[in-house]
Design a protein around this ligand. Structure first.
Ligand code: IMP
Ligand code: MG
Length: 188
């Protein structure tokens, strides 16, 4: 079974998320006025966030997606990710805002930034809903917008998954330790 019964604690309610997303959208609308930014989001975790965020932004924007997958089942360990879907359009000369669900070690964002920077955008910054600075390996990421700082506990909901489950929960919660243990397997 996968659902609210597997949740230890609700960390951020639907209302808290919506209120913060509205604030971020207001800041982005102000800062990027006249620049028609391109929001780039990473499938699949950031999809819930970027759809709500972009809907609340009041200036013209464009939206594009990339999909990546980690090598093995330990996403944060090496930052080695493989691009499985590239952007649909060129980004040269555009004001790009990379929209992320959570920045943990920062290795994934670092990889994506290098890849995007090589295409010479006019500017490149990050908007992340969640930030977990305690586990950061890659410092100095250009995080211009952050929703919430979160503790070092495994979170699911509002796009965040555990083995592709729980993304559709409307809140962000801490997954029960028993669920993690019950399904724990050697990486491979
Ligand atoms: P990083 O490369 O360590 O910054 O990892 C970022 C990616 O790891 C995110 O985009 C998520 O897909 C995943 N991730 C990190 N922490 C969590 C979590 O608490 N729950 C679910 N996914 C997570
Ligand atoms: Mg994930």
């Amino acid at each position: 079974m996968t659902g609210p019964a597997d949740i230890e604690e609700i960390l951020l309610t639907q209302e808290q998320i919506a209120a913060r997303v509205a604030e971020l959208a207001r800041d982005i609308s102000r800062d990027y006025a006249g620049r028609a930014p391109l929001l780039i989001s990473v499938l699949k975790g950031a999809v819930y966030f970027v759809t709500d965020l972009s809907r609340a932004i009041t200036i013209p924007i464009a939206l594009d997606f990339m999909a990546i997958t980690s090598y093995g089942s330990a996403p944060a360990q090496s930052g080695a990710v493989r691009l499985i879907k590239d952007l649909d359009h060129e980004i040269t000369g555009l004001h790009v805002l990379l929209v992320e669900d959570i920045i943990d070690t920062g290795l994934t964002a670092g990889y994506l930034l290098r890849l995007l920077q090589a295409r010479s955008p006019a500017s490149l910054q990050i908007c992340t809903l969640l930030d977990r600075p305690r586990r950061r390996i890659l410092e100095s990421l250009p995080i211009a917008y952050r929703g919430f700082e979160v503790p070092d506990r495994f979170l699911v909901g509002y796009g965040l998954d555990y083995r592709e489950q729980y993304r559709n929960l409307p809140f962000i919660g801490v997954l029960k330790e028993s669920v993690l243990q019950a399904t724990a397997q050697p990486a491979g």
